[in-house]
Design a protein around this ligand. Sequence first.
Ligand SMILES: C[S@@+](CC[C@H](N)C(=O)[O-])C[C@H]1O[C@@H](n2cnc3c(N)ncnc32)[C@H](O)[C@@H]1O
Length: 292
Amino acid sequence: MTLAETVTAAVARLEAAGVEAARRDARLLACRLLGGGPELLLAQGDRELTAEEAARIDAAVARRAAREPVSRILGEREFWSLPFGLNAATLDPRADSETLIEAVLAETGDPAAPLRILDLGTGSGCLLLALLSELPQATGRGIDISADAVAQAAGNAGRLGLSARARFLVHSWEQGLTLDDAPQAAAWDLIISNPPYIASSEIAGLAPEVAGFDPPAALDGGTDGLDAYRALIPLAAGVLRPGGLLALEVGYGQASAVEALLQAAGLEALRRAVDLAGVERCLLARSPLEAS
Ligand SMILES: C[S@@+](CC[C@H](N)C(=O)[O-])C[C@H]1O[C@@H](n2cnc3c(N)ncnc32)[C@H](O)[C@@H]1O
């Protein structure tokens, strides 16, 4: 079969499996697996594929028909215009999470500030590494309960040339936030987190691409979705420097409840940032300058 015929057959297979953007995904998978971009279809559509090329594309299309996201099949997702490798233990980074990056950069002001950043539940490292790519004097630490996620984040830092300023540690916030190499309280200028925030009962009803492929530890926020915020916020308040900034991603409809948790922990809620769909997606809060 030619490349064009292979893509046409893949589109039909993906449509039958209920994949929404079947044409886009079929083109992307076929062209990327042949080492090019979508323009390859125009340039080489009439080319007969080798048996090995056809088998490679067929295996990828079968995975997509089983509703595995294209990013996981290709092992990579772009976030903040940077490439992030993924594995089974990492959340597939969402474009919505760029809201947190924009909000933090707008709030921190001076790009040359030597900020010390702590990322709670770092996953692929996308939030911390995107910030470090914009703040050349900043350094950061990412923690995650998953060793495989931490390994992937460290690999991503290496690939992005950020290893000298980013360190990753297997650590659960349930153990507190006193880290081996940052034992002093009030150590951090900026703490960021996109914690698991889906109510447990809602996970099975999510799109198959999410429910079946994002790791449960990255999704499950307990009965009302707020368990991680209840655990994290008081701990973060205890290790932020006076005047330090806390930036949290929140789920749809959670902003008010999480803001109440921030205030209960003695933090000053600064603002809510909305994503491209107009959803309140990120909360910013400050630690008071002086203990009251
Ligand atoms: C929603 S994902 C966010 C990943 C990444 N920061 C992003 O924005 O794509 C939440 C992350 O928190 C981690 N996590 C869950 N419970 C944790 C805990 N108790 N301590 C540390 N990390 C935890 C998960 O493994 C997952 O990587």
